[in-house]
Design a protein around this ligand. Structure first.
Ligand SMILES: Nc1ncnc2c1ncn2[C@@H]1O[C@H](COP(=O)(O)OP(=O)(O)OP(=O)(O)O)[C@@H](O)[C@H]1O
Length: 410
């Protein structure tokens, strides 16, 4: 029995990146031999064991066959006769199919090292088409590796297009789609995830609300990039710069303009009312993919309020107060900083405008602080009832916002 390190840990080390989880493959072993050596079995579907000391995953070398659609009909076959090469052959990309033995020797039958050097994401073999999740994995790896200069190989793109056209992506379960999407949104270049799927004709199957933004024009004086799909990707990338690794901010960035896909084309390139129009498709997307509530709540706020935040210096004190109330900011102040970040990403996620200042962000936080400093006990008078307290509190907070706005910013 021989153990090899495989997958992401080998790939990331060769790229000079800090490796994440280590996965191992064990050749020439039986489940009984693994358990006798102290390994603990996990799950029933795959022959995977946890190391008794490190807890790291050790999988028996295996082959896979598939007869059904989507995830149906996968037959996993693991016995001591399965070779390392056979195990590597069923993996998705050549850069993920490099193994390393305990002495540091690489086993690389599919040219993964040269693809790493050439910055190419290439499928290992024809079995690639058996798992539709691999289309999403390709897009997610691009979100992570595009900044290093990676591209998808032409022949892999062709397979991805065929898989999308064959309708296989419709079979993906929402949890897997969300897992890949949220990881992509937490990567350095989420736009590469969206554009890779769009180019493969696969975005429509997983994110039709976002796919519908491509080809929708916007006013060139505000949006030199014009296309709403391109703008959306740029906003996601800017969000990844402003809040690295934060998929809550990233998801709101991706969905803030969904309403623009519903503007009647006769009104293009204007999108009056797109903030309100975007809420319904956003909620539909969240329901379908079972998006966690933290992501959904910020996204709904950003969708509805982003124009109000952009116009913060023009609107009345009362409107600022209403904005804060609609965001439930007096109970949940932390979400205002996140909202401000999404709005800043929207403003700077435009062609040639990446460096424009966004003073609305700090200003919104300053006004929130001023309004929060006023408490119910400050306005309470004898004999006041509930609604009267609420009105007095609102009036006092609006006045505090007004005073803060007239003071010089320190
Ligand atoms: N759907 C799949 N199809 C084929 N091979 C897969 C698939 N999922 C995982 N693998 C293989 O298992 C390895 C470990 O998978 P995992 O999902 O942990 O990704 P990873 O490559 O380690 O990347 P990351 O660092 O992003 O987690 C991959 O490198 C790949 O070899």
């Amino acid at each position: 029995m021989k153990t090899y390190l495989v997958g992401g840990a080998v790939r990331d080390r060769l790229l000079g990146l800090a490796p994440g989880d280590r996965d191992f493959v064990v050749v020439g072993a039986t489940p009984e031999a693994m358990e006798a050596a102290g390994f603990r079995p996990v799950g029933r579907d795959f022959p995977v064991f946890l190391h008794p000391d490190t807890g790291e995953e050790h999988a028996l070398a295996r082959t896979e066959r598939k007869s059904g659609r989507g995830y149906r009909g996968f037959v996993v076959h693991a016995d001591p006769a399965v070779t390392l090469e056979q195990d590597l052959e069923r993996r998705d990309f050549t850069i993920n199919a490099i193994a390393e033995d305990a002495d540091g020797n690489l086993v690389d039958p599919f040219g993964g090292v040269s693809d790493l050097e050439a910055r190419v994401l290439r499928h290992v073999g024809p079995a690639f088409v058996e798992d539709p999740l691999r289309v999403l994995r390709a897009a997610r790896f691009m979100a992570r590796f595009a900044p290093l200069g990676f591209r998808v190989a032409g022949e892999t793109q062709a397979l991805m297009r065929g898989m999308a056209a064959g309708g296989e992506l419709a079979d993906l379960v929402p949890e897997r789609v969300w897992q890949e999407l949220s990881r992509a949104l937490a990567s350095a270049r989420p736009s590469a995830f969206l554009h890779t799927l769009h180019e493969a004709g696969a975005l429509d199957a997983v994110l039709p609300e976002v796919a519908a933004l491509y080809g929708v024009p916007q006013r060139a004086e505000y949006h030199p990039e014009i296309d709403t799909g391109i703008h959306t990707g740029m906003v996601c990338d800017m969000a990844a710069t402003l809040a690295p690794g934060d998929a809550v901010v990233g998801f709101a960035a991706m969905t803030h303009d969904l309403g623009k896909a519903l503007t009647p084309p006769a009104e293009w390139p204007k999108h009056i009312g797109h903030e309100q129009r975007g809420v319904a498709p956003l909620r539909a997307l969240c329901e379908r993919l079972k998006v966690p509530s933290a992501h959904r709540e910020l996204a709904v706020l950003a969708c509805r309020e982003h124009l109000n935040v952009h116009r913060l210096f023009e609107v009345r004190d009362r409107t600022v107060h209403t904005l804060l109330e609609r965001c439930d900011a007096f109970r949940k102040p932390a979400r205002i900083a996140l909202l401000a970040t999404v709005c800043e990403a929207d403003k700077r996620g435009r062609l040639g405008l990446a460096d424009v200042p966004y003073p609305q962000g700090p200003e919104l936080l300053r006004l929130l602080d001023a309004a929060r400093a006023v408490q119910a006990r400050d306005v309470l008078r004898e004999g006041m009832t509930g609604p009267a307290i609420g009105e007095a509190l609102a009036r006092a907070r609006i006045a505090a916002i007004g005073r803060a706005r007239s003071e010089p910013v320190t």
